[in-house]
Design a protein around this ligand. Structure first.
Ligand SMILES: CC(C)(COP(=O)(O)OP(=O)(O)OC[C@H]1O[C@@H](n2cnc3c(N)ncnc32)[C@H](O)[C@@H]1OP(=O)(O)O)[C@@H](O)C(=O)NCCC(=O)NCCS
Length: 167
């Protein structure tokens, strides 16, 4: 793989529209292999929910930058110890950004003393997460902000850096 030189920075509320566009593009293009076309179109066209502002302020959002543009982003829901989002714009896929963002989230989770990270993986990304040490659990689904049901797989990785002591 040819790796590009992405820099990472904290994403802010001002980045929300750019991140939402990347999410829509990634759904339309990258998720296409595993979801029905009609559902993909409706899923990708979901309007940006107002709750995204609170999510960015409360959560841990990171943007991957190349030549001053956001090429992808990732987020942890800190309270739930879950990966909430990981999207790379199709134009930048396969250049190492997804892996760089995932490693960054895992380091942040370890710093925050999370013993594990869980997520609902889209069907197309299950093998990506498995290749990075995540175990696939039960098939599940979530219902998005406009009621679209998205099939996914529950996944989990124990984080080596967290110290545990039984009481
Ligand atoms: C999944 C996603 C984030 C990967 O991002 P990316 O930048 O294209 O991936 P990278 O270039 O960092 O790939 C890193 C490694 O994973 C591998 N990989 C990437 N996508 C993969 C996939 N779907 N299945 C298996 N391996 C995959 C790459 O080949 C590469 O392997 P290498 O290091 O041995 O060469 C991106 O495809 C995406 O945004 N998908 C659509 C949105 C989505 O499904 N997100 C997950 C929601 S939970």
């Amino acid at each position: 793989m040819t790796r590009a030189r992405f820099t990472l920075r904290r994403a802010t509320v001002a980045d929300a529209p750019a991140m939402w566009d990347i999410r829509a593009e990634a759904i339309r293009v990258t998720c296409r292999s595993r979801y029905p076309e009609a559902m993909l179109a409706r899923w990708a066209a979901t309007p940006m929910p107002g709750t995204i502002v609170a999510n960015i302020e409360r959560g841990y959002f990171t943007a991957g930058i190349l030549e001053s543009s956001i090429a992808g982003f990732a987020a942890i829901n800190v309270a739930a110890a879950e990966i909430e989002a990981l999207f790379v714009a199709p134009a930048y896929s396969g250049l190492g950004l997804g892996q760089q963002l995932l490693a960054h989230l895992e380091r942040a989770a370890i710093r925050k003393r999370m013993p594990r990270l869980e997520l609902n993986s889209s069907l197309n990304a299950v093998t990506f997460y498995q290749a990075h040490g995540y175990h696939a659990g039960e098939p599940t689904s979530y219902t998005n902000s406009i009621g679209i049901e998205v099939a996914c797989v529950r996944m989990e990785k124990r984080l080596g850096g967290a110290k545990h002591r039984s009481a």
